[in-house]
Ligand binder design. Structure first.
Ligand code: KMH
Ligand code: ZN
Length: 280
C-alpha cells in the first residue's frame, strides 16, 4: 500500500440509494438493511472501495434515526471491507440539527457539503454555522469528511473551513464534485476542470460524479484528469438509452472497466483507507 499505488488507481465510491427517489418508482433501489448489505457486497466485488449511504426506514422513506443508521454502519463493517460513509446531507427536508447527529453512528467517513444549493425545486441548506460545526465535530470524533462540492463557491468555502479549523482528522482532504444538480455547476468537462484548478493546495484527492445524463461524460473527464469516481443510483438510474439501472453493481462494473482501460484500475479498500486517512 503506497501512495504511488493509490495515484495509479481509482477510488470507486458507490452511492446506492440517496434520499430523493422513491421505492415505489424504483423498486430496485436498495432500501432495507438486507438489500443494502447485498448491494454493498456485490459492489465491493465489482470494484467499489467506499459506500456513500442514505438510510431508509421500514416504509422505505429517508431517515436519520440513530437505530437505523447504527445498524447499517455495523452490518456493513461486519460483512464488507468497504469504507463506510454516512451522508450528513440527508434529504432536502431534514433539519440541520438532526443532520449533525449522523456522527453518533460512528461511520469511517461523512459527507460535508460546502454550501447551500438550489436542488431542483428545493433548497439544500448548508449555512456556514452548520458546516463549521460539522467540520469540528468530525475532527473531534475522528471521522473523515468527504467534501461535497456542487458549485465553484463551494471550493472557496472549503478553503475557509480549512483556514479556520485546520486539517480534518487523518490529515487528508478528499473532495467529491457533484455536478449537474439543477442549481449547481454543470456536468461538463470544462466546468469540472475549472473547479479542479481552483482547489486549495491542501486537497490530496478528488472525485467526481455527474447526475443523470452527465454520468458518463463526467466519469470520462475525471478518469482522464487523475480524479476518482462516484457512481450509483443516488446519482443516475439510466444505464444507457432506454435501459434503466437494475442493480448498482452494473454501474460499478462499468466504472471499474473504464478505469481499467485507462490504466487506473479500481483501488483496493486498503488503499482507499490510506488515501482518505480513515481509521484502521
Ligand atoms: N440528498 C441531497 C439533498 C449528501 O449526501 O451529503 C443531499 C445529498 C448530499 O445527497
Ligand atoms: Zn448523498
Amino acid at each position: 500500500t503506497s501512495s504511488a499505488a493509490a495515484a495509479a488507481s481509482t477510488l470507486i465510491t458507490v452511492a446506492p440509494t440517496g434520499a430523493e427517489l422513491s421505492k415505489e418508482d424504483f423498486p430496485q433501489l436498495p432500501s432495507t438493511l438486507e438489500e443494502l448489505v447485498e448491494t454493498a457486497t456485490a459492489c465491493e466485488a465489482a470494484g467499489a472501495a467506499m459506500i456513500h449511504l442514505h438510510i431508509r426506514d421500514a416504509e422505505h422513506r429517508p431517515t436519520l434515526d440513530h437505530g437505523y443508521l447504527k445498524a447499517a454502519v455495523d452490518a456493513l463493517r461486519e460483512q464488507t471491507s468497504l469504507v463506510v460513509q454516512l451522508s450528513t446531507g440527508g434529504s432536502v427536508h431534514d433539519p440541520l440539527e438532526q443532520r449533525l447527529t449522523v456522527l453518533d453512528a460512528e461511520p469511517d467517513s461523512c459527507s460535508l457539503t460546502c454550501g447551500t444549493t438550489n436542488f431542483g425545486d428545493d433548497v439544500f441548506l448548508n449555512p456556514w454555522g452548520f458546516m463549521s460545526d460539522l467540520y469540528v465535530q468530525a475532527q473531534e470524533r475522528e471521522v473523515v469528511p468527504e467534501f461535497e462540492l456542487f458549485d465553484l463557491g463551494h471550493v472557496h468555502a472549503l478553503r475557509r473551513l480549512i483556514d479556520t479549523h485546520g486539517l480534518p482528522f487523518g490529515g487528508k482532504v478528499h473532495v467529491d464534485f457533484v455536478t449537474n444538480v439543477p442549481g449547481g455547476m454543470p456536468g461538463s468537462p470544462a466546468a469540472l476542470m475549472a473547479a479542479v484548478q481552483l482547489l486549495p493546495p491542501e486537497v490530496t484527492s478528488w472525485a467526481a460524479t455527474g447526475i443523470g445524463r452527465a454520468h458518463l461524460p463526467v466519469m470520462a473527464a475525471a478518469l482522464s484528469a487523475g480524479g476518482h469516481l462516484r457512481v450509483g443510483m443516488e446519482d443516475n438510474v439510466v444505464f444507457a438509452r432506454g435501459k434503466q439501472v437494475q442493480h448498482n453493481r452494473e454501474l460499478v462494473e462499468r466504472a471499474a472497466h473504464l478505469a481499467q482501460v485507462m490504466q487506473r484500475p479500481a483501488m483496493s479498500t486498503d488503499d482507499a483507507r490510506a488515501l482518505l486517512g480513515v481509521k484502521d
